[in-house]
Design a protein around this ligand. Structure first.
Ligand code: DC
Length: 231
């Protein structure tokens, strides 16, 4: 439950807004925007899973033979570099955004995200990023495993067809056809199934269904909830 901050213990709770939800629910873009509005920094936990996956692919292209040790060793090449409003996951010190978002990483990242020690590695990095700085974090388990004491917890959902439509609009920079949306919807539903065990809605998270909301509206809603919780 979100309630006004009233006692000392409550005031000591970290200034964390945790946004969780399934793939393509708009978490990262919303979290980035909310962070800007609040003057917080954004941390995208999914980018760390993607970076660990990309780093492993560079060392061993055949993911059938990947082990947890191999992924953790490769992940040593990953760094999280702060900027004014966010953190950027780098590989061997270099920007690698395209590689992180590409198909090779996307199709293998669920495998890596199931590895318990990799999850612990990501969680440590996300908590370190949040130490000493107010943050908006997004992922699948930010409000449960990583920041159970977050002041504000949001679980973002949207109809799969709408999530697919938005994702294609962003990727193709034109209106997608019905066939393209149908194909993307299938792929998203499959990804949801792969990520199901990691995707957790905290009992005290506010459910925000963005199917019929503009991004501006959903950001305004979350910012208002955060301002109330942090008064
Ligand atoms: O949100 P995304 O598509 O960038 O996430 C990439 C992968 O990492 C996806 O398989 C879900 C997983 N993930 C996770 O298990 N826990 C998180 N906190 C964030 C992402």
């Amino acid at each position: 439950m979100i309630s006004p901050v009233s006692d000392t213990a409550e005031r000591r709770r970290p200034l964390v807004v945790a946004i969780d939800g399934p793939a393509a629910s708009g978490k990262s873009s919303t979290a980035k925007w909310v962070a800007r509005e609040l003057g917080f920094r954004h941390v995208d936990s999914g980018a760390l899973y993607r970076a660990a996956t990309a780093a492993t692919l560079r060392v061993q292209p055949d993911s059938a033979v990947w082990t947890e040790e191999m992924v953790l060793a490769a992940a040593a090449a990953v760094s999280l570099v702060p900027s004014d409003t966010t953190f950027h996951a780098r590989l061997a010190g270099q920007e690698a955004e395209e590689e992180l978002r590409g198909g090779a990483v996307t199709s293998r990242v669920s495998l890596v995200a199931k590895m318990p020690r990799v999850r612990a590695w990501v969680n440590d990095r996300v908590r370190a990023a949040a130490a000493g700085h107010a943050v908006v974090v997004d992922g699948r388990d930010m409000g449960t495993a990583v920041f159970p004491q977050a002041r504000v917890k949001i679980f973002l959902v949207a109809d799969p067809w709408e999530r697919a439509r938005r994702r294609l609009l962003q990727r193709l920079e034109r209106l997608p056809t019905e066939e393209e949306i149908a194909e993307e919807t299938d792929a998203l539903v499959q990804r949801d199934a792969k990520d199901e065990s990691q995707t957790q809605r905290a009992a005290d998270a506010v459910l925000v269904d963005t199917t019929f909301l503009t991004q501006e509206d959903q950001v305004a809603r979350i910012v208002a909830l955060a301002k109330t919780a942090m008064r």
